[in-house]
Design a protein around this ligand. Structure first.
Ligand code: GLN
Length: 277
């Protein structure tokens, strides 16, 4: 498919971008070539004729072939940036998405005590918890996940970034030690079981347990909104990510659970994405 002789960066990127499908073939190719060579993406533009050696060309070709099979770049490189933090990722967790950065932004805009107690439920890579801890050193941020590998991964990310986030294994609230939080935030699974988009694109390689939640996609959100009030301090906030067609339903679940000041907000693509109350 591709040459395995030494080649210029630009020639390699061009060949790769032509065969990689998906929405961002050029970006994918640049991220993979940058990983293989250790050269920055901007250097490819500044020095397009720079030559890549045979061993690196071969490694790059292997990555491109796996990308062509549909494997997400983040899994191939083992890393994904979230809130400018380099996070280790693995196929046992969801790949952090830019949309979820909206929740981080909204959480930082809340008026919380200096030493607020914050919980990220179903943390996966640790993305939300780590982003919050990186911005608010005074907050006591903890995180939980039901999956052992995710707890280990989030803990490793916290250690690598030197951020003080405690990660515990718990199926939502079931196995948490008693606590009282000023903010509980979560990006739970929320895709409806019957949803066809799971058979296309990167999600095929992500764990269904992090994506799918019952027939209507609301099983986990229903459980969290019901149980969260017992874990919140008076005036504490709950903030949940959800699908863009679930805004009204999630708003209703918050209200039924007794939350006040409930508000559904949009992501950077102007679609309903998260609700807080
Ligand atoms: N936003 C993701 C998607 O639609 C789903 C994330 C989730 O279920 N928490 O692919």
């Amino acid at each position: 498919m591709m040459s395995e002789a030494p080649l210029s960066c630009e020639a390699l990127l061009k060949q790769a971008a032509d065969v990689i499908g998906g929405d961002t073939p050029r970006l994918d190719a640049e991220l993979m070539l940058s990983d293989v060579t250790g050269w920055s993406r901007t250097s490819f533009r500044a020095w397009p004729e720079r030559e890549v050696n045979v061993a690196e060309v071969a490694r790059f070709c292997t990555l491109v072939e796996q990308r062509c099979e549909g494997r997400p770049v983040a899994y191939l490189l083992g890393e994904q940036e979230f809130w400018s933090l380099p996070l280790k990722v693995s196929p046992c967790t969801l790949i952090p998405r830019p949309d979820t950065e909206c929740l981080v932004e909204a959480a930082l805009a809340l008026e919380l005590p200096e030493n607020a107690k914050v919980l990220d439920l179903g943390t996966g890579t640790g993305a939300i918890a780590l982003a919050l801890a990186s911005e608010r050193p005074g907050w006591q941020v903890s995180a939980s996940d039901a999956v052992t590998e995710a707890v280990e991964l989030a803990t490793e990310n916290a250690t690598r970034l030197g951020l003080p986030v405690t990660v515990r294994q718990s199926n939502w609230f079931a196995d948490l030690p008693a606590g009282c939080f000023d903010l509980i935030v979560s990006n739970p699974p929320y895709i409806a079981g019957k949803d066809h988009h799971l058979s296309e694109g990167d999600v095929r390689f992500e764990p269904a347990s992090a994506l799918v939640a019952g027939n209507d996609g609301l099983d986990d959100i229903r459980r969290i909104t019901t149980e969260a009030p017992a874990w919140l301090s008076p005036g504490g906030w709950l903030m949940l990510e959800h699908g863009y067609e679930q805004g009204a339903a999630v708003h209703r679940l918050f209200t039924q659970a007794g939350f006040a000041s409930v508000e559904t907000r949009q992501d950077y693509g102007r679609r309903d994405r998260y609700t807080l109350g």
